[in-house]
Write a protein that binds this ligand. Structure first.
Ligand code: ING
Length: 301
C-alpha cells in the first residue's frame, strides 16, 4: 500500500484585473485546508496565477509578457513554496513561462515535500489559433502566445511513486498518457482552463464539455492503469465561462472524487499507487501485449 492523499485544488475565476498577490492568497488558503485534510500533494490548475489571457487578442505580443513568469520560484510565488515546505506538502501548478532566451511556454511544475522543484513540463498540444479570428464567439490564442513544449512527456520519481504532468488540451490526446504510461507512470497531474461553450459551435455547452472532460481523463487513466488528477480553473472570467468538474480517476478508470462547484474547491482522495500494479501486470502489460510493428503511423504522420 503506497497511499498518497491528493488534494485537487480547483480554483474559481481570476478576473483580468486581479493581481497575483490576491491569487496566491487564495492558493495558500486552499493549501492550508489541504493540510487540515491530511494531503501529501496539492494540485492547482493550468495558468493558476492569472486569468486565462489567451482569450484576449494583443497586437504586440511583448505586451502579453506581463502575464508570464521569468523566474520560478519568484517573489510572487515564494509564499507558496515556503508554506508547502512548512506543511511538507508536494505541489503542482501551471503558469506562463518566459525563458531567459525569450521563449514562451504554457508550463507546469511539480515539487517534492520540501518545496524543491523536481519536475517541469511544457504543454505540447496547443489548441486554438495564432491570429485574431473575428468569426469566433471568443478568441483562444494559445498558438499566438505559446510555443509547443520542447521537453516531451517526462516522468519523475517523487513521494514514493512515478509522477507525470500534462496541461489541459494534452488530456484529449491518447499519446500524452501512453508516452508516460510506457515510462511506468502511476499518477498524472493535469490542470485545465476549459471554456464552457465551444467558440465555433455555440450549441455545444457545458454538459458536453464536462462529458468530454470525464471521457478523456477516464480513458487515459484506464488505458495506462494510472491515477489521473485533473483540476479546473472554473467560473466566469470577465464574462467568459469556464467549466469546473475537477476530478480524480483511479487506475480502473473510475471517478473517485469530483468537484460540485465552480469556485475554489478542494477535492481530496487517498490514492493507493499500488492500485496501478494489477493493470500494468495484466491487461495493460505493454511488454507482453503491444505490437509496435503496426503502430508506425502514430509517430510518422
Ligand atoms: N482549453 C481547452 C481544452 O482543451 C478546448 C480548449 C476545449 C479545445 C474544448 C477543444 C475542445 O480543454 C485549453 N486551455 O486547452
Amino acid at each position: 500500500m503506497r497511499e498518497i492523499t491528493v488534494a485537487a485544488a480547483q480554483m474559481g475565476p481570476i478576473q483580468r484585473a486581479e493581481g497575483r498577490d490576491v491569487v496566491v492568497c487564495r492558493m495558500l488558503a486552499l493549501m492550508d485546508e489541504a493540510k487540515g485534510r491530511g494531503a501529501d500533494l496539492i494540485v492547482y490548475p493550468e495558468l493558476a496565477l492569472t486569468t486565462f489571457f489567451p482569450r484576449w487578442y494583443v497586437e504586440d505580443t511583448a505586451q502579453a509578457d506581463a502575464w508570464f513568469e521569468r523566474d520560478m520560484p519568484n517573489e510572487t510565488v515564494r509564499p507558496l513554496f515556503d508554506r508547502a515546505a512548512r506543511h511538507q506538502m508536494a505541489m503542482s501548478f501551471g503558469y506562463a513561462e518566459l525563458t531567459p532566451d525569450g521563449h514562451h511556454f504554457n508550463t507546469a511544475i511539480l515539487t517534492d515535500g520540501s518545496g524543491k522543484i523536481v519536475g517541469k513540463y511544457r504543454k505540447v498540444h496547443l489548441p486554438g489559433h495564432a491570429e485574431l479570428d473575428p468569426r469566433r464567439a471568443f478568441q483562444h490564442l494559445e498558438k499566438r502566445y505559446f510555443e509547443p513544449g520542447n521537453l516531451g512527456f517526462p516522468v519523475w520519481r517523487n513521494l514514493g511513486g512515478i509522477f507525470g504532468l500534462a496541461v489541459c488540451n494534452d488530456r484529449r490526446w491518447p499519446e500524452t498518457y501512453r508516452v508516460m504510461g510506457l515510462q511506468g507512470v502511476e499518477m498524472i497531474l493535469i490542470g485545465y482552463n476549459t471554456p464552457a461553450v465551444n467558440a465555433e459551435k455555440s450549441e455545444e455547452g457545458p454538459e458536453k464539455r464536462l462529458f468530454h472532460n470525464r471521457l478523456s481523463v477516464q480513458a487515459g487513466a484506464y488505458q495506462n492503469s494510472c491515477w489521473v488528477v485533473a483540476v479546473a480553473k472554473a467560473g466566469v472570467e470577465d464574462g467568459f465561462p469556464l467549466i469546473g468538474g475537477s476530478l480524480i480517476v483511479n487506475p480502473d478508470g473510475e471517478i473517485v472524487a469530483e468537484a460540485t462547484t465552480e469556485g475554489d474547491e478542494l477535492v481530496v482522495h487517498a490514492c493507493d499507487l499500488d492500485a496501478t500494479l494489477f493493470g500494468k501486470k495484466t491487461i495493460f502489460d505493454f511488454a507482453r501485449h503491444r505490437r509496435i510493428e503496426h503502430y508506425g503511423l502514430i509517430a510518422s504522420r
